[in-house]
Design a protein around this ligand. Structure first.
Ligand SMILES: Cc1cc2nc3c(=O)[nH]c(=O)nc-3n(C[C@H](O)[C@H](O)[C@H](O)COP(=O)(O)O)c2cc1C
Length: 377
């Protein structure tokens, strides 16, 4: 297919798959899409191991890497912030609320032991070190979410001849990113799983295309709610050069998701997700559960802490919730949640990631044929 994205990324079909799971990345790239590995939780050491595994299994097919360097965080401007140093900033009220909520569901909250020098969640210096380490591998794209990538990241991309992508959810953000020098815009609607804005994919994609037209020719990948090749064709009909997807891969056999979450995805309708601060402190779309209901709607909720503090609260809690749910506690199952978009309503079974890529291709071709037939009639 002729698309600037295909030329930039070395692929034939501009379907990009974001995943925290290396098996999904490999399966998608091998099937002719482009897998992007989410490195937000990794250190320079662990990323090297993961990417080595990808290199050993991907048959030389291209893939990329995604980091999360927020432009705005409660700790912005502070140096050497560690996980431990942040612990004292989580109030007793927040701790009690979390412990009581889990107890109501028969889950005992345990705290994982964190190394003294473990950096804060979403630490910029660590993300840049991860990128440095990743360039020892043949990555073909680097991407950042939650703001303009730092200059160091844009420079690294230039130095290695690798395009730099950025996720945006609003027209103003897109204009800032293009001005800052990013090579690819991932324009994400509010339907999307994970951190998202308030405007739908159907509106924000043409809005951004129109706004950046006079500035610089930057290809746009549409994102948010895209679960099928027909939707991909619709986005490309609007002017996107391809699509960037996340939720659809959570319901694949290779994904990191738990069996219980996959079952919940199959049961869920598109109205069962919520844009909540309850997991990370910034609005992120996730499956509605007793956890999001408690943080967002309960009268005694202390309200979510700002990023990165809410992650200190939620990470241990979800480890405990997932363990208890897996052990068969039905009340713990009520709390189970994860980032997922409104497209969850289209999930009806678990398939292999390669089969999903194949379906996208067939579905895309059907959509194009359908449109051509409309013109011929
Ligand atoms: C489980 C999950 C985790 C995500 N984590 C990240 C992340 O760490 N970095 C990032 O750039 N985007 C992240 N996203 C957003 C995806 O990159 C993508 O933009 C989004 O999933 C697209 O919308 P969709 O879920 O409707 O396909 C995440 C999405 C999901 C579903």
């Amino acid at each position: 297919m002729k698309s600037p994205i295909c030329d930039m990324l070395g692929i034939d079909f501009p379907l990009v798959a974001f995943s925290h799971c290396r098996d999904v990345v490999v399966a998608v790239s091998r099937a002719g899409g482009f897998g992007v590995f989410g490195a937000a939780r990794h250190s320079p050491e662990t990323i090297h191991q993961e990417l080595q595994w990808i290199d050993d299994h991907v048959d030389g097919k291209p893939y990329g890497l995604d980091v999360l360097i927020p432009e705005n965080m409660a700790t912005a401007g502070e140096k050497n912030v560690t996980w431990k140093s942040l612990e004292s900033r989580v109030s007793q009220r927040h701790r009690d609320f979390t412990r009581d909520l889990l107890e109501k569901h028969g889950v005992k909250l345990t705290t994982a032991d964190v190394a003294q020098d473990q950096p804060q969640p979403f630490d910029k210096e660590r993300a840049l070190a991860v990128l440095e380490a990743a360039f020892r591998h043949p990555i073909r794209l680097i991407a950042n979410a939650l703001g303009v990538p730092p200059t160091e990241m844009i420079d690294m991309g230039k130095q290695h001849g690798v395009p730099v992508a950025a996720l945006v959810g609003a027209r103003e953000h897109a204009v800032r990113q293009v001005t800052a020098g990013v090579d690819i815009l991932v324009v994400q609607g509010t339907e999307a799983g994970g951190h998202c804005g308030e405007v739908s994919t159907m509106v924000v994609v043409p809005e951004v295309l129109k706004a950046i037209k006079g500035i610089r020719d930057v290809p746009v990948l549409a994102a948010g709610g895209i679960m099928t090749g027909r939707q991909m064709a619709a986005c490309m009909a609007m002017g996107a050069a391809g699509v960037w997807t996340g939720s659809v891969w959570l319901a694949t056999a290779e994904a990191e998701t738990t069996e219980i979450f996959r079952d919940k995805m199959i049961e869920a309708s598109s109205r069962d997700t919520v844009r909540s601060r309850g997991r990370t402190g910034k609005p992120a779309r996730q499956l509605r559960s007793a956890w999001t209901e408690a943080w967002d709607r309960s009268p005694d909720s202390p309200g979510a802490l700002p990023m990165p503090l809410q992650t200190l609260v939620s990470r241990d809690a979800f480890d405990a919730i997932d363990r208890a749910a897996a052990a068969g506690n039905p009340r713990a199952r009520e709390l189970v949640s994860y980032f997922v978009g409104q497209g969850v309503g289209l999930v009806d079974s678990v398939k292999s990631a390669g089969a999903v890529v194949q379906e996208f291709k067939e579905d895309f071709a059907d959509a194009v044929e359908h449109m051509n037939a409309l013109l011929a009639e």
